[in-house]
Design a binder for this molecule. Sequence first.
Ligand code: NDP
Length: 277
Amino acid sequence: TDVSRFTVFGHPISHSLSPEIQQAFARQFGINLEYTTTDASPEAFPGAVAEFFNHGGRGANVTLPHKRRAWELASTHSEQARRVGTANVLTALADGSLAAHNTDGDGFVRDLTERHGLDLRDQTVLLLGAGGAARGVAWNLLDAGIASLTVVNRSPAAADQLVDDIGEPGQVHSRYWADLDSIGSYDLIVNATSSGVLGQAMDLPFSLTTGRSQAYDLSYGAAAAGFLAWARAAGCSHAWDGLGMLIETAADAFELWHGQRPDTDPVYAELVKRYAA
Ligand code: NDP
């Protein structure tokens, strides 16, 4: 029988959970697929993408540091990919060109609202970080009906750029990192920085939270532990890591490639035992 080929591009990539998640989804439908990891340096990435898709590859996940370049290599872009400017999923089109998608924001909001039961409507949200992941979730938070979005990034230019790109000046604004002590508290604090992955501690004030605040770290497992420990110490009522988001974004990729919607709950239940922070 025909085996369809998929991969995830990243650098580093050896610890990626994507192969395990995609295979678990495929088993739900009796689909036989090959799903590999492809480690490619930034210089080697375009060549590795061409090689993969020229040899029967049907789809790829893309992670750090290739999401922007992946977007540039594609000739068509989903609406979400277009506004975010990065891609986490590539699919081969019939004419041999590539389509770029970005499923990060949808997966993030579904994890928060459907898995964790959070009602985003009218929430004040503090977004830490303005890199690819922060951009990936920002528009979806607004689509979900939040009251306001405050973007704070270590380098202010990226936060200003994101706020400009969104273009809702009454509702979305940036603040300096140095002002975190004085900007008050938020209903939801989202850590979209890579500080945890890099093993760098962030010095965040407790004044960002009240007893009703909730916190979410897009990274998961050990990388999220520092931020989640801060959130709990600061009195947040709930603090979650990004494992559920990873699985939800993978489900969207699976549906793009196979046209069927996998059940994410059993996959989450299995992986949370091993990886949740
Ligand atoms: P980028 O490299 O694009 O951006 C990194 C961001 O982190 C920048 O805003 C950077 O600020 C900030 N940052 C890095 N170190 C520090 C620090 N020590 N203190 C404060 N800010 C810091 O990375 P991504 O946006 O692609 O990824 C960010 C995180 O999101 C990663 O941990 C990744 O694993 C996670 N992620 C999770 C997903 C999931 O499905 N669960 C999906 C996508 C991402 P500056 O601009 O100043 O350098």
